[in-house]
Design a protein around this ligand. Structure first.
Ligand code: SAH
Length: 348
């Protein structure tokens, strides 16, 4: 479809300006095009209405806009909207709009499938994998923003990188997308409203602390007992808890913002008093809060939601040490849009 034309969204603003200069035109045309692409999120040269018809034809002759498209939208009883988004090469990722009374949160994917192997997560079961490009991440946010305006009459208030994939394994593209999302020449969202969630890649947590200290950090911990964590998240063999702890201390020293631990309590896996104590001790390394997430079954019999008594035991252990804890009810469960359920089922 795009032939050998270059994808215009791969160009920096400077490169766009240079293109116009090379065509004997003023450089500011590049700024205009940049704003159409990243502030107004248009995906058709003909919608760039402050450019003459000739200029739009010139652009279309040289470039394509390899944008994503909505493949399917499912609506949950609780108002959550799950989108299957088709990428220009036909692959599908999912993104979710989660409304509350006052907020609209976008849950965005960073990879097709996932590089990691958490055994309780549906995304990890997908075989094919590639990183999303910055514009593919941006497109999800732009689409969810329009969807929020259309359905809930307000723009997005928050973005969480808690969809498919591991953002820290696609760090550069995720950060390039966030730059477009936060810059005044892009969507202009506050970096404080963006949460990057990671399964815990210590080196990358430190890198983000150095480069993007304004973002929020969430770490999917699930166990503070080394052997248990290795069992349920096998990739962590290479990333011991000690180095994770050290990277989180580094994060706090640089940012002075507390980390959020995502944590599911499972029957027979991490539901003892020792497990809760290990979490409390881990939380002592740097200011933190804990989100106890409801387990969403993904067809692995080894995992089942712990009893309410075990959850209460965790809450008591944490609150007795003044560690903030919230119990998060799943949203969008009826349409497989909840945490860990994103697996392109609609297209399987
Ligand atoms: N890879 C990143 C981003 C994905 S976020 C990360 O792990 O943080 C998705 C969140 O849902 C993570 O906290 C993940 O551990 C959690 N999750 C995965 N499968 C789940 C399931 N079946 N039920 C509940 N939460 C799950």
């Amino acid at each position: 479809m795009s032939g050998d034309r270059q994808d215009i969204r791969r160009l920096t603003k400077e490169e766009l300006r240079s293109f116009f200069v090379s065509q004997g035109m003023p450089a500011f045309r590049g700024n205009q095009v940049y704003e159409w692409l990243w502030q107004k999120a248009v995906v058709d040269f003909d919608h760039m209405t402050n450019l003459s018809k000739d200029l739009r034809v010139l652009l279309a002759n040289h470039f394509s806009i390899n944008h994503s498209a909505h493949a399917q939208v499912q609506r949950s009883q609780d108002g959550t909207l799950k989108n299957a988004v088709q990428l220009h090469d036909g692959k599908i990722v999912e993104s979710v709009l989660i409304p509350t009374n006052t907020r609209s949160t976008a849950c965005v994917s960073s990879q097709v499938g996932c590089s990691l192997d958490c055994s309780f997560c549906a995304t990890a079961q997908l075989k094919r994998m590639r990183n999303l490009n910055p514009d593919e991440i941006f497109d999800q946010v732009a689409m969810l923003n329009s969807q929020s305006l259309e359905h809930y009459k307000r723009p997005l208030s928050n973005i969480v990188f808690m969809g498919m994939g591991e953002p820290m394994m696609n760090y550069s593209n995720v950060m390039q997308a966030i730059e477009k999302i936060t810059s005044p020449e892009g969507l202009g969202m506050s970096p404080k409203r963006i949460t990057v969630s990671t399964s815990g890649i210590p080196k990358m947590i430190k890198k983000m602390a150095d480069e993007y200290p304004k973002f929020k950090l969430a770490v999917s911990l699930h166990s503070a007992v080394e052997q248990t964590r290795n069992n349920i998240m096998p990739f962590t063999e290479n990333f011991p808890l000690a180095s994770l702890r050290e990277s989180i201390q580094y994060w706090y020293a640089k940012t002075k913002t507390r980390v959020t631990y995502e944590y599911v309590v499972w029957k027979g896996i991490n539901d003892t008093a020792e497990d809760a104590d290990a979490l409390v001790r881990f939380c002592a390394c740097a200011p933190a809060k804990v989100n106890l997430i409801e387990y969403n079954p993904v067809g692995n019999d080894a995992f089942a939601q712990a009893t309410n008594a075990s959850i209460d035991m965790y809450i008591n252990a944490l609150t007795s040490k003044q560690i903030p804890v919230t119990v998060r009810r799943s949203r969008g469960k009826d349409i497989d849009a909840a945490c860990g359920q994103l697996a392109n089922k609609s297209t399987a």
